[in-house]
Design a protein around this ligand. Structure first.
Ligand code: GLC
Length: 579
C-alpha cells in the first residue's frame, strides 16, 4: 500500500484510479495492427509510472467480433487475435508484481450467436430447454411475421431477429419462425436470467477467471440482465436521443428490474468466498446506466456490487451548476449505502472529453481541468486510455468505420470508433509505436497525433501526461485524498466549482455537494486540499489561503488571492481548520 493510504483495511477499490484498457487499441504486441495481451504486458511499466492502482481490460475472449469482443462465444478462453491463456497468465503475474490490480470484463446480458448454448437453442426448436436459456418468443401478426414487441436495439433497428421462416437461421435449417431478443446486435442474443442454467454458466465463468487470480470484474450492461417477464410493449412517446445511454424511463421493461439484484447478491457471495480464502479483495464494478441516484445505489448495497458507475459527470455539460448537481447526486446516493462513488469522464462508448467540451485548444484545456476535478473527488475514478494524453475524438472516415452502430443506425450515428483509435506511443507518424508490424492499425490514426505521443509528452513539463501523473502521485500521497470527505466551499461564484477534501469529516460548510463519508479515516491536523474549477468566461479572483500544489494551466496566486483563468482547475493545500 502506498504512503498516505488509510482506508477500510485493504479496500483499495474505495479510492482507486482504474485505467480502462480498450484492448484492440492500447498496444499491439504481434504486429497485426490490433492491440493484444502481449502489448498490454509490454506497457505495464508505463501504467505503473502513471500511478494507477488497477487496470480494467475490455473483452479478449473468443468471439466472432461482431461487437469487437462484446459478443462472446467462449468466455473461458482467449481469442487468438489477442493471445492465449498463457499470455494472459504472464500478463497478470507481471501486473501483480508491479502492484497493479487487474479487472476483466464479464458480459452477462448476452452471448455471441456463436456461443454453443445459442447454437443448441436454434437446433433444439421452440419449447425446448435449450431455447429457454435465451428469450425466444413467437411473433405477432399474420403468421407471426412481426416482432413480439416494439423494443428497439441500443444499436438501432428492432431488438428482435427471426429465425427460419424467412429469418436468419444461422445455418441451422430452423424453420419455426420464432424471434429472439437482442438489446444490442443480432449477433448478441440476450440470456434468460430466469433460467438457473444461465446462473450456472456465469458461476463457471467467474470462477474460471478468479481461479486464475484476477482481482475482479467490470460487469457489462449490469442493469439489463432481467427483463419485465411479460415483455410488454414499451409505452412509446418518450424520446430517446440516438446516443441515449440512460434508457430506463423510455424502456421501463428492459432495464433496472428489481430482480437483477438477486444475481449480484449471488455473485458477491462467490467473490467473497475468494476474498475469505486469502484476504485479497475481489471487486465487481457494474456498468449501470441508471439515472436515478437512489435506484443506482441499490446496486452497491453491502451484499451486492462493490462499485457502480455514476455517469452523472460524464453526461454533464460544461457548466458549474450542472457539475455541482452531478457531484452532489453521485456522492449523496452512494453514502446512503456506505459505498464509494465510481466516477468516469469517458470510456470506449462515448465521445472523448476534449471533443465533448468543445474541441481544439479550449476542449483540451477543459478536459485537463475536468480530470483534476475528477481526481480530487472522493471515491474511485475510471480513467479511459488516452485521456491522460489529452486525445481528441477522431472523425473516422465513413469507409473506415467498424462499429456495428454505424450500420445498424442506418448511418445516422457515426458509432464509437472515434474514441477507439489506437494510442500514439511514440514517433512522428502512424502507427506511432502502437504496432511494430507492417500491418496498418485497425483504425487510422490522425497524422497530427505526432504532437500527442506518450514519449513526446513524458519529458514536457507542461504536457497533459505530466500533469496527470503528478495529480495521481499527489492523490496517492496526501491523507486528505484517502478519506471520503468533501465539503463544498461557500461564497464562490456560480460558475466556479469549489470544494475541500479533508482527512477528517469536520462540519459541513455551506450549500452544494453534501459531505460524504464512504470511507472512515479520522486523521487530524493534516492539510485540506481545496479544488477549484472555473467554468466562467472571464478571469475569476477568489480568496483561498494556502499553497498551490497543482494547476491545469498557469495561474497567478500569492498564497491568498487566486486569479483563476477560464477553464482552469487548481489544487491548493491549507491546514484543515476542522482537523
Ligand atoms: C457495453 C459496452 C459496449 C458494448 C455493449 C454491448 O455498453 O461498454 O461497448 O457494445 O455493452 O455489450
Amino acid at each position: 500500500m502506498r504512503a498516505g493510504r488509510r482506508d477500510h483495511g485493504d479496500e483499495w477499490w474505495r479510492h482507486a484510479v482504474v485505467y480502462e484498457i480498450y484492448i484492440r487499441s492500447f498496444a499491439d504486441g504481434n504486429g497485426d495492427g490490433l492491440g493484444d495481451l502481449a502489448g498490454i504486458r509490454a506497457r505495464l511499466t508505463y501504467l505503473r509510472a502513471l500511478g494507477v492502482d488497477a487496470i480494467w481490460i475490455t473483452p479478449f475472449y473468443r468471439s466472432p467480433m461482431a461487437d469487437h469482443g462484446y459478443d462472446v462465444a467462449d468466455p473461458c478462453d482467449v481469442d487468438p487475435l489477442f493471445g492465449d491463456l498463457a499470455e494472459f497468465d504472464a500478463m497478470l503475474a507481471e501486473a501483480h508484481d508491479l502492484g497493479l490490480k487487474v479487472l476483466c470484463d464479464v458480459i452477462p446480458n448476452h452471448s455471441s450467436s456463436e456461443h454453443p448454448a445459442f447454437r443448441a437453442a436454434l437446433a433444439a426448436g421452440p419449447g425446448s430447454p435449450e431455447r429457454d436459456r435465451y428469450l425466444f418468443r413467437d411473433g405477432r401478426g399474420p403468421g407471426g411475421s412481426e416482432p413480439p414487441n416494439n423494443w428497439v436495439s441500443v444499436f438501432g433497428g428492432p431488438a428482435w431477429t427471426r429465425v427460419g421462416a424467412g429469418g436468419a437461421d444461422h445455418g441451422t435449417g430452423d424453420g419455426t419462425g420464432q424471434w429472439y431478443l437482442h438489446l444490442f446486435a443480432p449477433e448478441q442474443p440476450d440470456w434468460n436470467w430466469r433460467n438457473p442454467q444461465v446462473w450456472d454458466e456465469y458461476d463457471r465463468v467467474l470462477r474460471f477467471w478468479l481461479d486464475r487470480g484476477v482481482d475482479g470484474f467490470r460487469v457489462d450492461v449490469a442493469h439489463g440482465l432481467l427483463k419485465e417477464p411479460t415483455l410488454a410493449d414499451h409505452p412509446g412517446g418518450i424520446p430517446l436521443t440516438p446516443t441515449a445511454m440512460f434508457r430506463e424511463v423510455a424502456e421501463p421493461g428492459a432495464w433496472d428490474q428489481d430482480e437483477v439484484h438477486a444475481v449480484f447478491q449471488h455473485w458477491r457471495s462467490v467473490l467473497d468466498e475468494y476474498e475469505r480464502a486469502d484476504g485479497r479483495p475481489r471487486v465487481l464494478a457494474g456498468e449501470t446506466w441508471v439515472a436515478d441516484p437512489r435506484r443506482l445505489a441499490n446496486y452497491v448495497r453491502p451484499d451486492e456490487l462493490h462499485l457502480a458507475f455514476s455517469f452523472g459527470l460524464l453526461t454533464s455539460p460544461w457548466s458549474a451548476p450542472a457539475w455541482k448537481e452531478a457531484i452532489a447526486a453521485g456522492l449523496g446516493a452512494m453514502e446512503s449505502v456506505g459505498a464509494p462513488t465510481t466516477w468516469a469522464l469517458a470510456n470506449h462508448d462515448v465521445v472523448r472529453p476534449v471533443t465533448r467540451y468543445g474541441g481544439g485548444p479550449v476542449g483540451a484545456r477543459r478536459a485537463r481541468a475536468a480530470l483534476l476535478v475528477a481526481l480530487a473527488l472522493p471515491g474511485t475514478l475510471f480513467l479511459y486510455q488516452g485521456d491522460e494524453l489529452g486525445l481528441p475524438q477522431v472523425d473516422v472516415p465513413p469507409a473506415e468505420r467498424r462499429d456495428p452502430m454505424w450500420e445498424r443506425s442506418g448511418h445516422t450515428s457515426p458509432g464509437r470508433d472515434g474514441c477507439r483509435v489506437p494510442l500514439p506511443w511514440s514517433g512522428d507518424r502512424s502507427p506511432f509505436g502502437f504496432s511494430g508490424g507492417a500491418t496498418e492499425p485497425w483504425l487510422p490514426q490522425p497524422a497530427d497525433w505526432a504532437s500527442l505521443t506518450a514519449a513526446g509528452q513524458v519529458d514536457d513539463p507542461l504536457s497533459t501526461l505530466v500533469l496527470i501523473r503528478g495529480a495521481l502521485a499527489i492523490r496517492a500521497a496526501l491523507p486528505a485524498f484517502a478519506g471520503g470527505h468533501l465539503r463544498s466551499r461557500p461564497g464562490t461564484p456560480t460558475e466556479c466549482l469549489a470544494f475541500d477534501r479533508t482527512a477528517s469529516p469536520g462540519p459541513p460548510v455551506g450549500s452544494g455537494p453534501p459531505e460524504a463519508s464512504g470511507n472512515e479515516v479520522g486523521v487530524g491536523g493534516s492539510p485540506t486540499v481545496t479544488c477549484l474549477l472555473s467554468m466562467a468566461v472571464d478571469d475569476l479572483v477568489v480568496t483561498v489561503p494556502g499553497r498551490l500544489i497543482l494547476a491545469s494551466e498557469p495561474v497567478a496566486y500569492d498564497g491568498r488571492s487566486l486569479v483563476l483563468p477560464p477553464d482552469t482547475a487548481v489544487w491548493i493545500a491549507a491546514e484543515d481548520p476542522a482537523g
